[in-house]
Design a protein around this ligand. Sequence first.
Ligand code: HEC
Ligand code: HEC
Ligand code: HEC
Ligand code: HEC
Ligand code: HEC
Length: 451
Amino acid sequence: MRRTLLWTIAIAAAAAIGITALLINIFERKQEGRQTYFRVVELTDDIEDPAVWGKNFPLQYDDYRKTVDQQRTRYGGSEALPHTPTNADPRVVVSQSKLQEDPRLKRMWLGYPFAADFREERGHAYMLDDQRYTRRVTDFPQPGTCLNCHASMVAAYRRAGGGDLTRGFEAINQKKYMEAKEFVKHPVACIDCHDPRTMQLRITRPAFVEAMQVLKASQGVKDYNLARDATAQEMRSYVCGQCHVEYYFKGAEKRLTYPWHKGLKVENILAYYDEAGHKDFLHQETGAPVLKAQHPEFELYNQGIHARSGVACADCHMPYKREGGLKISDHHVASPMLNVNRACQGCHHFPEQEMKDRVEQTQTRFWNARNLAMNALMDLIDDLKNAREAGRGDGELAQARDFQRKAQFYLDFVEAENSTGFHAGGEALRILQESVNFSRQGQLALRPASR
Ligand code: HEC
Ligand code: HEC
Ligand code: HEC
Ligand code: HEC
Ligand code: HEC
């Protein structure tokens, strides 16, 4: 009897302490949420210069400017290499060439601008210059569409569209790159992710809005309206998903399109391209109608355990930090391996080195599998090239060429993805296994016996 009473009191006391702790916690968060700031300037949709926004939000602006930093991690980050400026390319620092690191990449893309120049990506501060001066732009004609993900576009689209963002998007897509470039001044800036009046996150790229509509429709959701239906946590990934995605230019209007009509997985995307009859180029050595995948971070992340658990891009790439009494989001967007303490250890209570080791273990497994898939693809290209040189006709080569298209797209999908497999380790290995199989099946299809 007495025991029960004591227990009841003890539990009540513990609950009271718990509730007090919770209240203090909520109170603290409210305080943090109410981050008062000095409104030095009245921000509007016409102010695109981040330095002006920085007058109201100096802490975020300071971190944002740190995206000029370059630092290598085991598999990511980037190296700052000195570059002798020329008229064609006045950059004084570039990042390392991926084509030099792995010449097989060049062979995979023979017949396409990527075989001329492809470098390690670096911080947001460089996006406009790196695009303007890549040989893919200086030596090949490109449309204004390229700018969508390489510049601050809100004000530019409005200017080009007579006040209408979507009309401006359509107009700039169709201009020549060098003409379209005149509309832009800055790399991605505050205005591209934030509403100037409320500072709420917002989506400013029509291609992403349209893609989410077709994606949701493919999942049976009718009338998906991103501005209305996206949760605050989803927005912390969607702002990044506007650019870190696979894309192509649709039709004569060069409309920027994300191929999510059947879903986000590699086979869904390939099926969409197959149905649309789309190819990026004919492979120079084999004549296969192949595709080039581009940075599908959003797509691969969505197949991983973190997306499944509701963890957003910003949780790892823009983690919270304290500055004085304030809790702010780190606007120095970079590799989380340079910031494991804040990027991971808020959720995972293992030592920093252990978290790093876990990432590198996933990445090393991935890298080895990626190299096997790359070798298999080179073998298929060898065989196709030989068969072609031996005079075998298009009809006889068609099946093997289709296997090349598949093998290459699967491999490129995870190669072009920039986490070296981390964003979805199991899925990335599955894709590489399929790729090896496609390459080997392509070789078999060329055997005399199977003719
Ligand atoms: C659970 C944490 C986590 C989440 C969530 C996450 N990432 Fe990553 N990301 C990583 C890690 C770890 C790496 C590997 C970094 C390295 O190798 O240096 C990485 C690498 C990258 C890279 C290459 C960076 C470099 O320095 O080479 C990009 C770009 C990227 N992620 C974008 C995204 C985008 C976009 C999203 C959301 C769609 C996302 N990430 C979600 C942890 C995360
Ligand atoms: C859908 C958004 C998007 C579009 C459209 C886009 N890019 Fe990018 N680009 C990115 C992202 C994200 C990165 C960083 C990740 C990476 O390099 O894989 C990048 C990186 C780059 C880089 C630096 C790394 C490299 O590849 O050497 C260059 C140069 C570049 N893009 C050129 C172009 C050109 C030229 C076009 C038009 C043909 C273009 N981009 C269109 C999103 C885009
Ligand atoms: C307007 C398009 C755009 C948006 C929005 C965008 N990125 Fe990027 N991101 C790029 C481009 C382009 C590059 C490559 C720049 C270069 O290499 O010059 C890049 C590079 C990166 C890198 C490599 C940095 C490094 O130091 O190596 C990371 C990590 C990254 N982005 C993550 C994110 C995350 C997380 C978000 C959302 C919070 C995001 N990006 C939003 C276009 C974008
Ligand atoms: C690529 C997208 C992106 C860009 C560019 C960007 N931000 Fe943010 N910003 C975010 C995200 C994501 C958050 C977290 C918001 C949330 O969780 O609701 C954030 C949060 C904020 C907040 C709320 C307080 C905090 O730190 O969490 C302020 C203020 C802010 N940003 C200011 C700026 C300023 C100023 C610039 C330009 C110098 C800028 N942002 C550029 C994505 C961006
Ligand atoms: C917002 C919380 C959060 C953050 C931040 C976070 N994680 Fe996780 N992580 C999770 C959750 C949730 C899981 C799923 C497993 C679970 O439920 O315990 C997970 C799983 C993992 C796994 C196991 C993956 C697997 O395939 O089973 C690894 C490894 C991991 N995280 C590494 C990291 C690293 C490295 C970072 C920092 C770059 C990071 N996480 C950041 C919440 C987080």
